[in-house]
Design a protein around this ligand. Structure first.
Ligand code: AMP
Ligand code: MG
Length: 407
């Protein structure tokens, strides 16, 4: 067993070869899923001015201090402040301004009385107002300038993925152009003379090519672009032909043809250019990886569909995210309790397609058929991969496991 690489050893060799893709400028609208190359700094204070968090009245706190239903405070309403107004009306003692949520608080006011704490609410709002309950103190219901972020403060950091919340934060901070890394371009190539296009009735000995569909979708979900999807038979010449068609790609992913059979086109075509390894994992033991002279990263994944799904998560996805400059390149894990028992291969770390219950905190095999790496249709039931350490040979009910979540 000593000739097996650990998962970490193989992964480190891969990540050591990743060169960050260049940065480019994009607008907010085109930035979803991109990775920040430079920090986003607030262009202005947010909020930009003290403003009301309630519909009501801007008052001088001293005028309403102690007001209650028995001893209301009566104020003259001298201004009306809708959201968006630039007005800053002067308020003398005994005066108030009607104010709507988000409107700038007059410089002379130091608290807001919401409509619900007055006698007439909105109805009596433009002549006089009777305050039936005093605000809790100076500053009540005022959102202070800079309370969210200050000019020049870091709102988003390099390496962050620009999802909806991050993009909204940039917009709120007054930034409309972002420096992001280029998306990786990926070629996906299935190998196998037995493969037919999905939807084609397979003859004896044939099987639908599901890996190409799987990988194209996984690549997109990793915020990378598909450059080419292709399928070649078990002929090494086909491997070089497809590499010649995929010159724009940053990454080429082959499936199948890397192990010990007689007709292994990826191994036969590329063994002088990339490394063929055995990794102590199940599924996914045969793995190939290397860098071509032109800088393209080449992955050779074993052909079984479950092996492809696992190998992508463990090796390819982290590389695709690292190429984009992503800080977090790993999936999230949960520590869950096994609700069924199963056996695992000795000496290899198992990644078992699993069903999970995050409320109960439990994990179980997704398929009754155990861990067969050919179970392409059953794979759809997996929500996670349960990771069983190499030294464990049986998972028992109640055992605690690290589980990789695949949303
Ligand atoms: P290989 O790694 O080429 O020996 O393939 C291992 C197993 O995976 C064989 O049973 C293949 O038929 C199957 N297989 C290989 N490529 C694909 C594919 N693209 N889609 C579905 N099954 C595949
Ligand atoms: Mg094959």
């Amino acid at each position: 067993m000593t000739d097996l690489l650990t998962v970490e050893q193989h992964r480190e060799r891969i990540l050591a070869e990743v060169a960050l893709l260049p940065a480019e400028s994009v607008s907010l609208a085109g930035a979803t899923g991109r990775t920040l190359a430079e920090p986003v700094l607030a262009a202005h204070d947010l909020p930009g001015f003290d403003n009301s968090s309630m519909d009501g009245f801007a008052v001088r706190f001293a005028d309403v201090h102690g007001a209650d239903a028995e001893t209301p405070a009566t104020l003259r309403v001298v201004a009306d402040l809708p959201a968006g107004t630039a007005d800053d009306p002067a308020l003398a003692p005994g005066e108030a301004a009607r104010i709507m949520t988000g409107a700038a608080v007059p410089a002379d006011a130091d608290a807001i009385v919401p409509f619900e704490d007055t006698a007439g609410g909105l109805a009596d709002s433009l002549g006089t107002v009777q305050v039936l309950r005093a605000p809790i103190g100076v500053g009540a219901f005022i959102r202070r300038r800079g309370g969210d972020t200050l000019t020049g403060a870091t709102v988003l950091s390099p390496g962050e993925r620009l999802g909806p919340l991050a993009l909204a934060a940039a917009a709120a901070a007054g930034v409309d152009t972002l420096s992001v890394h280029r998306r990786p371009r990926v070629a996906v190539v299935s190998t196998g003379s037995e493969l037919v296009a999905p939807g084609t009735e397979p003859g004896r000995g044939q099987t639908p090519d599901s890996n190409a569909t799987l990988l194209a979708a996984l690549v997109g979900a990793a915020d990378a672009d598909i450059e080419l999807v292709d399928r070649v038979g078990d002929d090494p010449a086909g491997i070089d032909a497809v590499l010649a068609r995929a010159t724009r790609a940053d990454v080429v992913i082959f499936t199948g043809g890397v192990s010990a059979g007689a007709y292994e086109p990826v191994r036969l075509a590329l063994s002088d250019r990339i490394a063929f390894e055995k990794v102590a994992m199940q599924p996914g033991k045969p793995q190939a990886f290397g860098v071509l002279d032109d800088g393209r990263l080449v992955f050779g994944l074993p052909g079984n569909p479950v092996s492809v799904a696992v190998s992508f998560e463990v090796f390819v996805r982290p590389a695709l995210l690292a190429l984009q400059g992503r800080t977090v390149i790993d999936r999230r894990f949960a520590r869950l309790t096994a609700s069924e028992s199963w056996s695992t291969p000795p000496g290899r770390r198992q990644y078992l397609p699993a069903a999970i219950d995050l409320v109960e905190g439990t994990v179980r095999p997704a398929t009754a058929g155990g861990s067969g790496s050919h179970l392409a249709a059953s794979l759809a039931r997996a929500e996670a991969f349960a990771v069983v350490p190499a030294e464990v040979s049986t998972v028992s009910v109640g055992d605690s496991l690290d589980v990789m979540l695949i949303p």
